[in-house]
Design a protein around this ligand. Structure first.
Ligand SMILES: Cc1cc2nc3c(=O)[nH]c(=O)nc-3n(C[C@H](O)[C@H](O)[C@H](O)COP(=O)(O)OP(=O)(O)OC[C@H]3O[C@@H](n4cnc5c(N)ncnc54)[C@H](O)[C@@H]3O)c2cc1C
Length: 304
């Protein structure tokens, strides 16, 4: 039985772990990976005090190193369910493990939105990707598509031109949402074709993706021969495992008391991008992680 389980190894979870350890709370941190939103994205951070400019992967590497020096246990796993019986929480993971604790901090951040197509999951790792930095090199000299015509979609498409023969950007709306500068940069590559009003209906292939079916602006059904599909249509809070137990708002964020990160369930706290905190930034997530750990400490002391 742990005093505290922290879910997530991004800025919020890592900071909560450091604070919990310094308060000598018996803690287990469960995380899918370290780095969360920043893992696998080539981001340069210029607004984290103390570092005028640092890559996201280096900053999170420093968080991870700092966290691993603490006296807490770490499990690399994914939480699939949380239950509460009396004053005790039970946390179930994808690897079918079960852990008990007196308090929980959810710091599970955000995850990429998917297209919601039934076959999408089945093609992950076989043509469908949510991370161009991780998977782009597999599409050398191939034609690929990017779903989403916002800044992320354009940035992904531009980065893919280093490998792919041709990159299509499929934007469901009639207008592009990306900044002009990015649109101009995309044009200059000479490898990117933008299709607006394109609603993806189906991903086709046997073992691997070999084409997409989409409806164009005139409602005609078209097929696009591509070997890869990079989905860049935004982010959503990674809170599905908490549904039914805690109050979520209409965006799926965990509703917290901004004063102390307490949710509607006593002993259950949330911090960072998975919570209803207004600003989704690294420094905010880290600060919220610290607040949540200190609140959990007070809660545990009051149990005694
Ligand atoms: C492209 C991009 C650029 C950005 N640039 C900046 C910037 O320049 N400056 C800035 O301040 N912010 C920036 N941000 C925002 C910043 O990355 C987030 O606000 C911050 O990472 C939130 O931290 P977090 O700990 O709440 O969540 P996350 O960083 O998302 O971490 C969540 C953690 O939870 C884990 N997890 C998720 N679900 C589960 C589960 N079921 N079980 C176990 N573990 C789970 C994940 O593996 C991850 O480790 C950027 C974001 C993106 C996408």
């Amino acid at each position: 039985m742990y005093d505290l389980i922290i879910i997530g190894g991004g800025p919020a979870g890592a900071t909560a772990g450091i604070y919990a350890s310094r308060k000598k709370i018996k803690t287990l941190l469960i995380t899918k990976n370290f780095g969360g939103l920043m893992a696998g994205k080539s981001v340069t951070i210029e607004n984290y005090p103390g570092f005028e400019e640092i890559s996201g992967s280096e900053l999170i590497g420093r968080f991870e190193k700092h966290l691993k020096k603490q006296k807490i246990e770490i499990e690399n796993d994914s939480v699939v369910k949380i239950e509460k019986n009396n004053q005790e929480f039970s946390v179930l993971t994808e690897k079918k493990k079960q852990f008990q604790s007196k308090a929980i901090i959810i710091a599970s951040g955000s995850e990429p939105r998917n297209l919601g197509l039934p076959e999408e999951k089945e093609f992950i790792g076989r043509g469908v990707s949510y991370c161009s930095t991780c998977d782009g090199p597999f599409f050398s000299h191939k034609d690929v598509a990017v779903a989403g015509g916002g800044n992320s979609g354009f940035e992904t498409a531009i980065s893919l031109t280093s490998y792919a023969k041709k990159v299509y950007i499929l934007e469901a709306g009639k207008e592009l949402r990306a900044d002009e500068v990015l649109q101009e940069k995309a044009k200059q590559t000479g490898k990117i074709e933008v299709i607006t009003g394109a609603s993806i209906k189906k991903i086709q292939g046997e073992k691997f993706v070999n084409s997409l079916v989409f409806e164009d602006q005139k409602k005609d059904i078209k097929t696009l021969e591509v070997k890869g599909l990079f989905v860049e249509i935004g982010w959503k809070p990674a809170t599905s495992f908490a549904k039914g137990l805690i109050d979520l708002n209409e965006k799926g964020e965990i509703v917290i008391d901004f004063k102390n990160n307490q949710t509607n369930v006593p002993g259950l706290f949330a911090a960072g991008d998975s919570s209803s905190v207004l600003y989704k930034q690294i420094i905010v997530a880290a600060g919220e992680g610290a607040k949540a750990a200190l609140s959990a400490y007070d809660y545990l002391n009051n149990l005694k």
